[in-house]
Ligand binder design. Sequence first.
Ligand code: SAM
Length: 262
Amino acid sequence: MRHQARKRFGQNFLQDQQLISEIISYINPQENDPIIEIGPGLGALTNPLLERVSQLTVVEIDRDLVARLRERQTPKLTIVEADALQVDWQALAGDRRLRLVGNLPYNIGTPLLLKLAQQASVLTDVHAMLQKEVVDRITAKSGTRSFGRLSVMIQACFEVRTLLEVPPEAFDPPPKVQSAVIRMVPHEKQPSATELSSLEAIARLAFANKRKTLRNNLKKQIGDEQFSQLGIDPGARAETLGLPQFFALAKLLNKGNTSPSK
Ligand code: SAM
């Protein structure tokens, strides 16, 4: 029976075989790679992955799709019926480092990637299809309009690269927006959990109002003197700062140095 695509689960199934092959060659799966696919759906990526690897784990939330996958009775395939946002990647990884792949449901893309940033050290890489607009924000360079909290948080943990842009016609049903495939490779040295949470706090505040200056967005946390000690112009906007400056501000916040100097 034909599966009726469910909007609430962001179901846009890949149907362009040429594109699927391109994605698979970017992933370049090796037989013993511990690959986890998020949202296998009807198997557009699952099938070619199963041809290449000895074991594949998939995480799917839709119980009808899970039932279909179970019907296959493929010993190579481990099916986890779960919400990918609730998965403990560290526990799933054990002593391995995981390779995550997925044509991600658009409604969970951003929160999922932010969660992955907290567990980046258990990952080898991530290949994900997302809305192009989200990929543009993730990969944005400091000084550009798209540079924001998401760029800071993801680039703090991963090397990021856009691999492909994908038009709506590649999917059934077609989404309303353009998509893109991104590769994210964790940096060798990861920020600690404390550093990451201070970074998140500072990025949230600094970008709270993108048109305001740093001085205005951070007036309760950081004073002019502290900005000048870090060589940061308080009259600038957050999007002009580079990652090292965000880390420096986060460190200041973390020290509990929350009262601006006069
Ligand atoms: N991989 C398939 C493809 O490329 O055709 C399906 C991609 S479709 C965009 C997203 C898939 O993720 C669907 O199978 C959907 O049911 C599943 N999904 C949606 N929300 C999820 C969640 N929170 N956790 C796990 N899977 C989810």
